[in-house]
Structures are given as structure tokens and as C-alpha cells.
Design a protein around this ligand. Structure first.
Ligand code: CO
Length: 218
């Protein structure tokens, strides 16, 4: 393993436009009607809530195409019920697109999670990452017992995903979908930058029975 990072010196404003031409040509070669069909509408069965990190692009790492995943990303894939942006995406995905799965996807080595674990100030984002400090607080005993800092960070990444899954389940949007008999599951995954592999954290839920009673809507 070397310590170099991926070379981006060949990337420029112009090279992206050139890349787009190649994308169009390649897509049309595979399916001449590809863009005609996409222009007629979308019916993605999946909502992806992931980190804004440039190394975790939803489509590439799942080998999917435009039209197949509805995507929402923010720093450290935080899910909080006061985030109007996330709620709008969730509402549209669940109630209009009728997605069948919502997946919270974290990744090991997440800079946002590591920053939340430290006592250093980064800037405005400290207030966003505060939510992850709360996740740490809920699991202080388990996390403090992990002496290796990298391992502790990775565990916090997983716990932050699990928290996001729980927070999605607590929204009125998801609970109403379940009440109406909609086929909707919430999942938590973690992506390993070092291998490119996704692990299912097995924290899925498809009803509100696992929630603490006070969060359950009738
Ligand atoms: Co991240």
C-alpha cells in the first residue's frame, strides 16, 4: 500500500465538458434511446443518503446508471429531523417516487465523523457535526473502550449510520408510509474507501415496532 492520493491534476473545468461528450457518446452506443427514456421521467426504487465525500459516488460504487438511484448527500451523512432539505428529499422520494428502499451510507475514514470525535474546531461545520457528538454521547461506554483511534472512528461511523436509520424511522413521513401499507425498508451500509466494498450493517427496519414507544405514531 502506498501513501499517495488519487491524482486530480488532469481534472479541469474544460475536461469535465469533454468527459460529458464521452459519456453521451458511450451511453448512446449502448442504448440509442437512453436519454429519450430518461427525459420521459424517473422511477428510481432507491433513495441514497450518503456523505458528500468525493470518493463515495452513489452510482459508480453500485454500478448503477442515471435514473436508478435518488440521491441526497451531506457532510458525514447526518440524518436529523429538523433538516428541511433532507425532509423534502425524503418526502418526495417516499410519497411521489414511492421508493422501496432508503439507504443511509456511511464510509470508514469519514473526515466529518473524525472531526466530530475530536476536540478541534473546524469552523461552521462544527455545529452540523454536533449531531455526531450526540451519537458519541449515546455510546460513550462502548466507544471509550476502543483504544485504537482509527478503530474508534470506524465504529462511530457505523453508529452514526445506525442513528440515521433510526432517525428516518422516527419521521412522520416514513411512519405514515408504513401505516398506509407502503412497501418501504430503511437500511444502513458502510463503504470502505480502502477496498471499494460495501458492508450491510444489518440495521434494516420496515416497521416502527423497534422504536422506543414515545417515537411511535399511531
Ligand atoms: Co464522509
Amino acid at each position: 500500500m502506498n501513501n499517495e492520493i488519487h491524482d486530480t491534476s488532469h481534472i479541469s473545468y474544460e475536461s469535465l465538458l469533454e468527459g460529458n461528450k464521452q459519456f453521451v457518446a458511450k451511453s448512446l452506443a449502448e442504448d440509442p434511446e437512453f436519454f429519450d427514456k430518461l427525459a420521459n421521467g424517473q422511477k428510481p426504487p432507491i433513495l441514497w443518503i450518503g456523505c458528500a465525500d468525493s470518493r463515495v459516488p452513489a452510482n459508480q460504487i453500485t454500478n448503477t446508471k442515471p435514473g436508478e438511484i435518488f440521491v441526497h448527500r451531506n457532510i458525514a451523512n447526518v440524518v436529523v429531523h429538523t433538516d428541511m432539505n433532507m425532509l423534502s428529499v425524503l418526502d418526495y422520494a417516499v410519497n411521489v417516487l414511492q421508493v422501496k428502499h432508503v439507504i443511509v451510507v456511511g464510509h470508514y475514514g469519514c473526515g466529518g465523523v473524525l472531526a466530530a470525535m475530536s476536540n478541534q474546531q473546524v469552523g461552521l461545520i462544527d455545529n452540523w457535526l454536533r449531531h455526531i457528538k450526540d451519537v458519541y454521547r449515546y455510546h460513550t461506554k462502548e466507544l471509550d473502550a476502543i483504544t485504537d483511534e482509527k478503530e474508534r472512528g470506524n465504529r462511530l461511523v457505523e453508529l452514526n449510520v445506525a442513528e440515521g436509520v433510526q432517525n428516518l424511522s422516527k419521521t412522520s413521513i416514513v411512519q405514515n408510509a408504513w401505516k398506509n401499507g407502503q412497501n418501504l425498508s430503511i437500511h444502513g451500509w458502510v463503504y470502505a474507501l480502502a477496498t471499494g466494498e460495501i458492508t450491510d450493517l444489518k440495521v434494516s427496519c420496515s416497521n416502527n415496532t423497534n422504536l422506543n414507544e414515545v417515537f411511535r405514531f399511531e
